[in-house]
Design a binder for this molecule. Sequence first.
Ligand code: PMP
Length: 401
Amino acid sequence: MSSIADRLKNVSISASAAMTQRARELAARGIKVVSLSSGEPDFPTPAHAIEAAHAAALSGDTKYPPMDGTPALKAAVSRKFKRDNNLDYNASQIVVSGGGKQVIFNAMLATCNPGDEVVIPTPSWVSYADIVKFAGGIPVAVPCFEQAGFKLRPEDLEAAITPRTKWLILNFPNNPTGAACSRADMAAIAEVMHRHPQVWILTDDIYEFLIYGEFEFCTIADADPSLYDRVLTMNGVSKAYAMTGWRLGYCASGSKELIAAISNVNGQNGGGITTVTQAAAIAALDGPQDLLKERAAIYRERRDFVLGQLAKIEGLRCHKPDGAFYIYPNISGLIGKTTKGGRKIETDVDFVMALVDEHHVATVQGAAYGMSPYFRISYATSMEMLNEGCARIAQFCGDMR
Ligand code: PMP
């Protein structure tokens, strides 16, 4: 009898997708759901990117593209790395894929042998561990504690590395905590990595432009250029330019061997990215960049608003995030209580399920990101929704006994 591959046995369905599904079911019954669970900008894609895609399609740019990205897009990516990150990558060091997610997938598939360990600072985006498992590797969570601002402490990183470690994955600003790392923080991580020359470093910089206050984004290959040959710098247009649906991410590395292997997987796994998407990405990367700062200012206002509202709620404790568009409140003050609807809150899963069922606010449990008891709020939505969502959360928590 036919059966599904063993490699899928430990791979789960994303918890945020499951919550989005739950919210859709409620909405289909006519219930007004406040969705704070989605990890995508609520802004539109810039018009100049859409126009570039339109023009490309009309001009006949509709044939098979080069497997690893058009020369024009790679040139735009190369300019972006120089302009924003002070990094020199030429076209032969760049691969374009179907979203940052596919970059990570390709990189893990290209490098992980059974038993290879991938160190993942945690809380972390749900997909890293699943992708690593899919590729036959072993995800190793290294905790980033709230007391340390959810940042990766060098001593915790050091303790997590073994002779089997193949990769360290960095994601600052972070999904789900919003924690960001300064140049000095990155240099301290780099210092640990010098003692472990067999380990590659994947830096997922997808939230690069979602950074607040005096924080300055710094990627690890910029913080320590001596790591250039060991770093895979990953980014994409999804979060920065509100282009989640276009599906385009890219990566670059000083390691020719690594880029060749990723390019090989990329070619077999998709065969190149939609031509019109590539045209849109060039326009986004080369076009006016003012919208990045304008939108970051709006996100910052929303962050401050939500933090202010949540601070009034007894039982919640929020670390102030420096980036991304997430807040990760601690709910330990509510564990053991019972909701107005009679549900006992023993875990953060109980909390988010009761919240969506009783007050119709969709969020995601911390357990999905590997650290409890917390839940993730996305503030990539309107002030009106945030106001309503916070009011409902306050009511929900205030009614608990
Ligand atoms: N990395 C992180 C940390 C993310 O949160 C996401 C999207 N949720 C991605 C990568 C995927 O981005 P893309 O749309 O480019 O695949």
